[in-house]
Write a protein that binds this ligand. Sequence first.
Ligand code: TYD
Length: 218
Amino acid sequence: MTTQNSGLFIAFEGGDGAGKSTQAAELAAALESRGFAVLRTREPGGTPIGEKLRSLVLDHGHGHIDAHTEALIFAASRAAHASQVIRPALERGEIVLTDRYIDSSVAYQGAGRDLGTDAVRDINQWATSGLQPDLTVLLDVEPEVGRRRRTAGDAAEDRLESEADEFHARIRTAFLDLAAARPEHYLVLPARLPVDELAAKILARVESLLPLSRTVEA
Ligand code: TYD
């Protein structure tokens, strides 16, 4: 493992309806107001090909997608995202905030779809040439709360969101296990806390990582 003086890579993870996008936006605004260059991005997506893959894998209407195909589509989207967007921004010294990264595949495809968390982690390590976040903010949400939040106002659920609560419970456990295995790289917070309180806790942790330095797994 080496340390480089360039950029900072932060991933937001958690179940559907956890409030990741809100917190990523709050953090981006706080960092930008302090003069940092921030790149906000998301998965699946983040590149032209990634956005196409996103609609392939999330929209209803492409017929059945088997679990291995699903995992490889997410990994393909991530490979493009890591090489075309995230690495170049880190090399420019920017702070990259991504809404979801490898942990989402480990949790949804590895645990949710039962492909095995090690196998899914390995294909994603390969896809990204080992690019890991410096910090992962895990917003922990109970499956019932997540479902209530994302269906508020009659919003339609995508292919993954519309899975049963039991699927989402497995995902929640997998996220928590990932955080417990490498606690120094995680900030785990209950998603039910008020938006402002979460934002303050996240900013405090991120500030502790500045001035900029980041680690790359060799
Ligand atoms: P997301 O973009 O967070 O949802 P939203 O449309 O609410 O912003 O993620 C879309 C779905 O894709 C979500 O249910 C989680 C799922 N997903 C995976 O199953 N594996 C992955 O690797 C990623 C990145 C997302």
